[in-house]
Design a protein around this ligand. Sequence first.
Ligand SMILES: [Zn+2]
Length: 477
Amino acid sequence: MRYTGAGTLVVAVALALSSSQAQAQARTPAPDEAAFRALYKELIEINTTLSVGSCTEAANAMRARLLAAGIPAADMQVLVPPDRPKDGNLIATYRGTDPKAAPIMLLAHLDVVEARREDWTRDPFKLVEEDGWFYARGASDDKAMAAVFTDSLIRYRKEGFKPRRDIRLALTCGEETSETFDGVDWLLKHHPETMKAAFALNEGAGGELDEHGKPVALQIQAGEKQYQDFHLELTDPGGHSSRPKKTNPIYRLSAALDRIGAYQFPLSLNPTTRAYFTSQIELVPAAVAEDIKAVLREPPDAAAAERLWTVNPAWNSMLRTTCVATMVNAGHAPNALPQRASANVNCRILPGVPVEAVKQTLARLAGDEGIAITTVGPPEPAAVAPALTPAIMQPVRKLAEEIWPGVAVVPTMSTGATDGRYLNAAGTPTYGLSGMFHDAEGSRAHGLNERIRVKSLMDGRRFLYEIVKIYANGTEG
Ligand SMILES: [Zn+2]
């Protein structure tokens, strides 16, 4: 599917799809779906960006809806950091019957990445439905899951669902700006009891549609790579640019970055990525399947991995630690020899690989005593991949077969970062699971004109509503 470059095919399919989706759009949604759409719209249209928005306002709005549905006020808290009044987090507990059973957690973040009106086709802070798509900042990342989780608690309440375990909803702030503030990290430090659970469901995985819009693979994410920035810097006495010296910091840093750029960290698979690639074999053309088999062999075949990288850059990121230069800064005047040159190298580290080991590799590659390498920011929690136990996987397989017959269930490791890293490191196994399918282009999360297919959102709504009921009556953890 990712291998077809058939632009025109996509257009034809898009036209066919849009007419059926236009029909779907014309249909009158069922009362509970209408209620969901209203909740989703309200959440989307509350600006929760770091610059001008308020997570606290969104948290209170969702609290008000839960209260109106009959969730007791005593079972809900909007927890706001005293020094950050706009970064509020909602914790709401739907009570189960067995007080000894650990709760399950439904985690979603309320904040969204910045979006400028003038860059977008439509107002990013207005929910727009067009041709079977919802468009808005956060339409996918992550207000789709935040709305579905909140709506599910309301439906459980309405139907009088009595699960064995408590179901704890955590709508948090700061996921997109964790270098400034992260709600889950803050709650773990200041309200740790709210973050304890048998396990948690979170963003981090969706589903793959083929070029005909047919669901082919439902992903469940277990673990993610560790995010770490490194700062590389060197200084020099400088001087007058009319008298260049044999070397200067810009050349030395460029040479070091060049060596880092040319380096490939070793290939390494873990249980999750091995399961992921194994499940891909059935979904790809024969030639690619052969390369995947070669990479699954011990030791993994480097030439095959190289070919897979061309096919899908995300696959390379799943197979090894990656480090890439993302920012440089040097010089202080056009007519002066530079006195300082620095760069940011962003690494995504495989679970189990120590940050210090990566730092030493960068130092070796830089190969220049003068370059100081430091880790940026507070140390990130070490990446821990939760186990994909039968109690977690079987309900997913069973329900997926009901909703999307024949779909493959694919374990995956996220190459990006989610708040699951904090929870996993704190001992709460956290899985990325949404049931929301995307085409090859994806949701444009963090980008322009973010969107989600209406059908994907509604299917995901059904999937999450039902899987949570199963887990809430389960015995895992
Ligand atoms: Zn997100």
